[in-house]
Design a protein around this ligand. Structure first.
Ligand code: ZN
Ligand code: ZN
Length: 262
C-alpha cells in the first residue's frame, strides 16, 4: 500500500476551503505515513488568484507538523505553475523558502486555463492538446527548479472527448519526457484523473514511455482539495506503476528524493 500522498491542497490554495489541520487528520485516519501539502502558486493567473501567502502557509504547516509529529510526516511543498516566458521569477519563488518538494504544473496557455470552457471553444481537441504540450515543453526547456512534472495530461479532462491516444502526440510526448529525464527530474502519478478518465495521469502509454526513456523518479499524489480525497484511488496508482515496471516511488524531503519500495 502506498502510504505517501505527495500532492494535496488546503485553504492556502485559492480553490480549496479545507483547513490544513483537517488534511493532516484525514491522512492519519487513512493510515498514511507521509503527507505533502503542495499549495498553488500561479503567477499571472488570468483571475489574479493563486498567489500563495508563503509565510502564513509555512507557519500553519509547521504548527500542524509539530502537533502530528508522532503520527505523520507532514511536508512543506508547492505546486508551481509553469510559464515559458518568466523562468527567473519562478526560480526566485522556488528559492524563497525551504520547500521539501516542488511540483511544476502547466496550468496556463496563452493566458488561459484550459479548465475553463474558453480554451476548447477556440480549437478542436487534437490541436488544443497539441498546443498545450508545446507550451509545456517550452516551459520545461527554460525552467529547472522543480522536482516532478505535475499531472502530465490533465488537459484531456477538459477536452470534448475527454479521452486521447498519446500515440497521436508521440514526438512531443517523447521530447517532454526526454527533457524531464535529462535534467534529473521526475513525473507524478496523479490519481485525480481516475474520476473523469478512469485512469490516473499520465496515461499508461506515457508512463511506460517514460520508463523506456530512462525515467526512474515517480511520486504519487491524489491532488486532493478536501479531506475526503486524500489518497483516493491509490490502489490504481500502485497497479499502473507495477504494470509499467516500476519498483519504487519517491518521497521528497528538502528537495531530495528518497526511494520507497512498491
Ligand atoms: Zn494542478
Ligand atoms: Zn494540484
Amino acid at each position: 500500500m502506498i502510504k505517501t500522498d505527495m500532492h494535496t491542497h488546503s485553504s492556502f490554495s485559492s480553490d480549496s476551503e479545507e483547513p490544513l489541520f483537517e488534511m493532516a487528520k484525514a491522512a492519519v485516519e487513512k493510515g498514511l505515513s507521509t503527507l505533502c501539502l503542495t499549495e498553488h502558486q500561479d503567477f499571472d493567473y488570468p483571475t489574479g488568484e493563486f498567489m500563495l501567502n508563503v509565510p502564513e502557509y509555512q507557519k500553519e504547516l509547521f504548527r500542524v507538523k509539530n502537533e502530528f509529529s508522532d503520527k505523520l510526516d507532514l511536508l512543506f511543498g508547492v505546486e508551481l505553475g509553469l510559464l515559458d516566458y518568466d523562468a527567473p521569477r519562478l526560480s526566485e519563488f522556488a528559492q524563497s523558502a525551504e520547500f521539501d518538494f516542488i511540483i511544476g504544473s502547466q496550468h496556463q496557455i496563452d493566458g488561459m486555463d484550459p479548465y475553463y470552457p474558453g480554451y476548447f471553444d477556440k480549437t478542436d481537441d487534437k490541436n488544443g492538446i497539441l498546443h498545450f504540450f508545446e507550451g509545456m515543453l517550452n516551459a520545461l526547456k527554460v525552467f529547472d527548479d522543480y522536482d516532478v512534472l505535475g499531472h502530465f495530461d490533465y488537459i484531456v479532462r477538459y477536452s470534448r472527448a475527454k479521452s486521447y491516444d498519446p500515440i497521436d502526440y508521440r514526438e512531443l510526448v517523447d521530447e517532454i519526457l526526454k527533457t524531464v529525464v535529462s535534467k534529473g527530474k521526475g513525473i507524478e502519478v496523479n490519481t485525480k484523473g481516475v474520476m473523469t478518465l478512469g485512469y490516473p495521469h499520465p496515461h499508461e502509454f506515457v508512463l511506460k514511455r517514460y520508463k523506456e526513456l530512462g525515467g526512474e523518479i515517480v511520486t504519487v499524489g491524489s491532488d486532493a482539495h478536501d479531506k475526503t480525497c486524500v489518497a483516493a484511488n491509490f490502489d490504481k496508482a500502485e497497479q499502473v506503476l507495477l504494470d509499467a515496471g516500476f519498483k519504487y516511488y519517491m518521497v521528497y524531503k528538502k528537495r531530495k528524493p528518497e526511494f520507497i519500495k512498491l
